[in-house]
Design a protein around this ligand. Sequence first.
Ligand code: ACO
Length: 373
Amino acid sequence: MAVSAGLADVVAGPTAICDVNGQLGQLFYRGYDIRDLARESSFEEVVWLLWRGELPSASELATFRAELAAQRRLPDQVALMVDRLAAMNATPMPMLRVATTLLQVEDPNADKVAEGAERQASVHLVARFPTILARYQRRHQGLEPVEPSPNADQATAYLTMLHGTPPDELDRQALDILLILLADHEFNASTFTARVIAATLANVYSAIDGAIAALSGPLHGGANEQVMHMLEQIGSASHARSYVENLLAQKKRVMGFGHRVYRSEDPRAGILRQIARELGERKQDTHWFDIATQVEETVWNAKHLYPNVDFYSAPIMHQLGIPTDLFTPTFAVSRVAGWTAHVLEQHANNRLIRPRGDYIGPAPRPYVPLSAR
Ligand code: ACO
């Protein structure tokens, strides 16, 4: 049996949702180039596209936006639990998992592995993740939660609930594009986790709970928070080169660089670099962008590694006023769209996912009785 460390280059199954061309640096959702989607569409259009395979018509989109907005409010018990976890100083990723489990408890149809029930559960998850995170953050800061607006789009709703005031158009657009770019990425670690869980015929909430756990690690979605810590430690663009060279001399990884699949630039990183620049210029604070570009140049010169999607996500989220410990949960606000699309796809044509291990332990040997050990 062929063995591939970390399942590198293993094709684990068919999918019609997302295609990554790592050689050419291309990414498509349902056949649409991510660059076109980032320029032309909205997060809500992308969610619909990922779930249903086609872009929505104008009336479908209006209905879907209203449906998401109507579902944003948290059930009382979930809201109380978020408050309690904020009071306990729980970190946001485990808090999001607890809240997801409680959404399952509150959903009478949670265990129905049927398309209608799962689609409804997916609407709940996508609509409520921003409310959960914003409520947690406000409580954590000793502030009153902001009720979800009945007709805001996802990016506006999240930033408004977080900050208490609606974002300006540039901030709204920056977050909307970030949400579009992060929404899916084929069989990445968290999505694959979701599919493995779903393939046991466990329900969508369980699959998303596992996916959040997989996303949290610093080699995956957790990298965006590490990037921000690094930029803060570097402090100024003039220190970036020596900091990175020192890191590499110690054989440490520079967070936000490298990718399992891309052998040329991740198309999302290029778009995000541009947004980070625009946000910095508009806010007359290019400090973070300047450090980031110096880091990028140094890593390129030393290792020929490209930045991945997490690298420029960090200065963008920072400029949007999102606290660093909400960066990875904010990634989940977007990726839950892809996770749920993959659960729906897995359940539509399910087979248990059960690979083999490459046994490297001792050969069969006689049992040694306790008295002889
Ligand atoms: N910094 C320094 N060196 C690196 C980095 C990095 N960020 N990434 C890869 N390398 C080097 C490795 O040291 C290795 O070099 P070697 O062959 O001389 O030992 C070579 O590149 C290959 O690295 P692998 O670990 O084999 O690559 P793999 O495909 O397993 O890992 C990963 C991919 C985990 C993304 C890796 O690049 C990494 O750790 N990056 C930093 C963490 C990060 O940014 N994660 C976010 C990824 S994007 C996402 O999940 C949304």
